[in-house]
Design a protein around this ligand. Sequence first.
Ligand code: SF4
Ligand code: SF4
Length: 378
Amino acid sequence: MSIENQTFTEKYDLLGCIQCGRCTGGCPVTVRAELNVRHFVDQAYDEGKLDELARLAEIWDCTACHTCAVRCPKGLKPLEVLIGLRSMIVESGKVEPTVRDALQSVLLEGNPWEKARAARTDWMEGLDVKVAEEGQEVENLIFTCCTIAYDPRVQVVAKNMVKLLNQAGIDYAFLPEDESCCGSEVFTIGEEGLFEMLVEDNTEYLNNFNAGRIVTLSPHCYTTYKTHFPDIRIPLYHYTQLLDELVQEGSLSWKGELQKKIVYHDPCYLGKQGGIYDEPRRLLKSIPGVELLEFDRRRERSLCCEGGGGKMWIESQSTEERLADTRIKDARELGADIVAAACPFCVLTLEDAMKGLGYEEEMRVAEITELLGELIEA
Ligand code: SF4
Ligand code: SF4
């Protein structure tokens, strides 16, 4: 049987579900939305109910954090049932204008932010940065990410990576402006056709480089490529793995110290989905003066910031406290001076929460590269 002819039940292995409820029990958005993912897995078995289920507003509350998948004793991915229902709505064309525009922008410009492809590498201006050419042999090929390339708040991730890699003196090159979106949010929004196109095009594009490894700056790109792009021939790394390696071997060292209490927020896409927990912590601990604190909800229990699953383009209807607000309040209670993350979406959502709560004077949200970039030797 071809994959195209699979029924909904077969595609999401609904018969494997034992209705234990561990998925819903762990789902972080249940505290602020009606979403009951176990119920959807149960009801979607009846093909006659799919249209009705797809019309329920709560399918758009899922952040694709993967807590339900991590907790499922049967190894299922309950969230993908919700994505399957979203894809029915996408196919019918009845999506929010913000979602429609983001998808169209990926199709036309290779990014969901409605920015021109030609401006993708504008962040490089004035920097001593190496840019890759197709066919060129390079040890570390850097995949920047749409959000990091265009959003002025998080462009610092790419800019500081340039400084750090130059300082380490390793062989690297950033992808040029024809780098395209990895499709992380396209996948979770449920635009299956566009995502398939990205898988095909990006696989061919990336395999054309003679690279030792691809290093992604965002965990969304890292996990999406690892999970959904089986034919990429080049090993994939997240930047925290590369920088950790460079610090361990002594190629990077820090100037001065940072006498701060830092709490590390595990991004869902890096931790729960990518299995990377230790490298970011080792990087932060390598900074002289840093006292590393831990959230109670950490590692695979980390609280989602609600930045993923297409939520940057989908306004929540809930009036309950945002999870990012909860996270920042938890950090404040711990006495943290800095909340550090290794993900552009986490930085944007957590910083927004910190400002909204009025904690700007006493606390800072920072991407790990921001802190490290401030500490490298001149
Ligand atoms: S955790 Fe898995 S087996 Fe249990 S109800 Fe959810 S999907 Fe079904
Ligand atoms: S991915 Fe996260 S938000 Fe979505 S259903 Fe699973 S646990 Fe809930």
